[in-house]
Design a binder for this molecule. Sequence first.
Ligand SMILES: C[S@@+](CC[C@H](N)C(=O)[O-])C[C@H]1O[C@@H](n2cnc3c(N)ncnc32)[C@H](O)[C@@H]1O
Length: 250
Amino acid sequence: MSKDSGWWDNFFPEFRPFFGLVSQRETNNHVRYIMEKLNLKPGKKFLDCPCGIGRVGLPLAKKGIKVTGVDITQSYLDEFGSKAKKSGLSIDLSRADMRRINFNSEFDAAGNLWTSFGYFENESDHQLVLKKMYKALKPGGKFMLHVINRDWIMANYQSHGWQEVAGVKSMEKRYFDYRTSINHGTWYIIKDGREKTFEANIRMYSFHELIAMFEKVGFIDIEGYGSIKNEPISRERMMMFITGARPRRK
Ligand SMILES: C[S@@+](CC[C@H](N)C(=O)[O-])C[C@H]1O[C@@H](n2cnc3c(N)ncnc32)[C@H](O)[C@@H]1O
């Protein structure tokens, strides 16, 4: 087993149907918001890491943004690549762990979107992910982190969850470790009448913790919103959109 292996290796290939939980309308709204917040215009370079199946990266590329996508799940990269090809778009795609990317001052903007953060056991790895995204930006470039809000989780915690998409069912049994702030999820996924069990352990962050982590790597102009209507982050808002900029001179 490689040192970069983890629960994500087994979980994400099976998680594919659950991308269907986000409607096309919601994704289109996200894409508009991301473009506005990150000053993305046609011709600008965007790093989508991790990119998944291109939920956001593909619509951005269709709008003329030069997208680079990185993800650990090969089947997602293959799907993103073939959808791009069908649309006559060329997207730079590569398979890598988000902790190991090595871009240097290349992008006008970057995003870690839809709760793709907090996957590792060691706190320092999450700080490392932010550092790699910062380093990938050109001076003046902007980064967005779009994650679930720990304070909403605490106000609404349920020890079980249930979802069904396109005939695939999942039951999640949750245990929250207050010592580490990691939500330990056991997912029972039922597909074609067969049940498989997966682990998904995610470190949950509050806004103030992420501000400190953004500051530590050097981001400035840090802002956070609880919705695409720019509502404030609070325990009423499930998701957070946090942005920061790499200073022009640094
Ligand atoms: C919830 S999905 C979000 C995907 C995409 N950002 C979106 O908005 O649709 C999380 C993604 O993280 C990827 N991933 C999980 N662990 C990873 C790792 N260690 N390094 C890189 N990507 C990883 C998964 O393959 C999956 O595509």
